[in-house]
Design a protein around this ligand. Structure first.
Ligand SMILES: Nc1nc2c(ncn2[C@@H]2O[C@H](COP(=O)(O)OP(=O)(O)OP(=O)(O)O)[C@@H](O)[C@H]2O)c(=O)[nH]1
Ligand SMILES: [Mg+2]
Length: 478
């Protein structure tokens, strides 16, 4: 039987919704295979004079893959219990394959069937933010990173590590315990920048999402001043340089050269709302990360050398990231090879936090974040699309009356449970965000409980626009 096989990578920064997205996508495809119209745009694609050409949807049994398995069944079970819960954090690459068997037709005749096999990969977007590192020395990376850590507003998160550094000298003896303590403090700093300051542009990505490396000694490094130029064997600076170079070699061999190059199509999930409400610092930081991720995707395809300079210039970015961004922009196709990705979809996730009429603004915000870098892709043969979606719709749209006026809101049950409560995200700025927007208090998005779902997959899972995303990335193959 004729088979088309694609590698569809789903990525996004931490908590952007990757695992939930893949779980819901697969469950809805399975339901589609049972004849339910769970993904209307895909149903339309597969329609042939009122009849579906889709014969079967199946999850391929795990074979001899070396990549960890995306354990769809256990995620589904957690969502189907009476105390339905969101899946736990994932910090490694995982993969699952799903096959659609589709009837072939030509001139009104049936021509047997063909298969579309999708290898779907879930991997942390943080790993992509390491690509710019590959071009830097330990000293250049340290200058860039320490400049960011010294931002006064981040003092509560970074103060301890910076104090520790003051007591060290790059040419001092490389005492194992001292270096390890520096590494542990730096890692704690990154976690707290992520968890309490809402930052996302945090390097190296493997310190937050280690994946298969675990806690190997080559990872025990941190940024430090004074590591430019030759340093004596046995000095702290030399050890940090050596570990940094080993890190670059390992991530290149174990991710960029081995997996990243093999992806045909990419879905990049972005928690636009979450970073919007985390405040200006967090928003600007995520904006810089999304911009660079788009650069990495664009250049990773290896065919954008011509258009690569048309993006935002580093000096336009809000953060002192110029070094990192220009490094990302200077990594040429020579490194990534000439293989190209055909399609990429950027998706603003968790759109069920926003009433329907405000979702368009979310799309504009996302487009603004990604397009300066990704736009150049459209000039070439890949297509890029921007979407607003919710993988598991956990709210309903409602209209509240506040001081006699109607106010659009959504309503759902908050974790850990209880009666449904309304939530209004307020006005969502569509493009340029006015300064006064940041004067409002920052808050975390409410965590709505997911609805309890049917684990057999016959009914699918309620979502918003998953079919639009899927159609954008694989519609041409159906
Ligand atoms: N209301 C709502 N919440 C969602 C939706 N998708 C994700 N979430 C929330 O976002 C959280 C993170 O989703 P995940 O799919 O685990 O995100 P991830 O990107 O895999 O996260 P990591 O594995 O930690 O990187 C979930 O625990 C939910 O609280 C959605 O469609 N609607
Ligand atoms: Mg995950």
């Amino acid at each position: 039987m004729n088979e088309t096989r694609i590698r569809l990578a789903v990525t996004g920064l931490s908590r952007s919704g990757k695992t939930v997205f893949i779980t819901s996508l697969i469950q809805n495809l399975i339901a589609l295979g049972h004849g339910r119209d769970t993904l209307p745009l895909i149903t339309r694609r597969l329609d042939s004079r009122g009849r579906s050409r889709l014969r079967r949807v199946s999850i391929d049994p795990a074979g001899v893959q070396t990549i960890p398995y995306f354990d769809f069944q256990s995620k589904l079970l957690a969502l189907s219990r009476s105390d339905a819960a969101w899946p736990p954090r994932t910090e490694d690459l995982s993969e699952i394959s799903i096959t659609l068997e589709i009837e072939r037709e030509g001139l009104g005749q049936k021509l047997g069937s063909r298969r579309v096999r999708m290898d779907i990969l879930d991997y942390p977007g943080e790993w992509l933010l390491d690509l710019p590192l590959l071009d830097l020395s330990h000293a250049a990376w340290s200058d860039d990173t320490l400049a960011r850590l010294q931002t006064p507003a981040l003092q509560p998160q970074t103060g301890r590590f910076l104090d520790y550094l003051r007591g060290l000298s790059a040419d001092g003896p490389a005492d194992g315990a001292t270096v390890r303590q520096g590494h542990a403090l730096y890692k704690e700093t990154l976690s707290s920048l992520r968890n309490t300051a809402g930052l996302r542009y945090l390097q190296p990505g493997r310190f937050l999402c280690p994946g298969p490396f675990g806690d190997a000694p080559f990872l025990w490094f941190f940024p430090m001043p004074g590591t430019a130029g030759p340093l004596m064997h046995g000095s702290i600076g030399r050890l940090l340089q050596d570990r940094f170079e080993t890190y670059k070699r390992e991530i290149r061999a174990n991710f960029f050269d081995s997996y990243f190059r093999s992806f045909d199509r990419q879905i990049m999930l972005v928690d636009v709302l979450g970073c919007l409400y985390a405040g200006k610092l967090a928003f600007d930081d995520t904006a810089a990360a999304i911009h660079d991720l788009a650069v990495v995707l664009r250049d990773g395809w290896g065919t954008w050398a011509r258009g690569r300079r048309s993006g935002v210039t580093a000096s336009e970015l809000p953060w002192p990231l110029s070094l990192t961004v220009s490094a990302a922009q200077s990594l040429l196709a020579a490194f990534m090879g000439t293989r190209s990705v055909d399609r990429v979809a950027f998706v603003a996730t968790k759109a069920d936090h926003v009433p329907e009429l405000d979702r368009q603004a979310l799309r504009s915000l996302l487009t603004n974040l990604a397009k300066p870098a990704a736009g150049a892709i459209e000039a070439d043969r890949a297509s890029v699309s921007y979407h607003v979606a919710s993988s598991i719709r956990s709210t309903e749209d409602v209209t509240l009356t506040v001081k006699g006026r109607p106010v659009r809101a959504v309503q759902g049950v908050l974790v850990p449970g209880g009666p449904a409560r309304p939530f209004s995200p307020g006005q969502i700025p569509a493009e340029d965000i006015p300064d006064y927007f940041w004067d409002a208090g920052y808050f975390e998005l409410p965590d709505f409980l997911p609805p309890r779902i049917d684990p057999r997959g016959v009914r699918g899972i309620r979502h918003l626009a998953l079919d639009e995303v899927l159609d954008a990335v694989i519609g041409d193959l159906l």
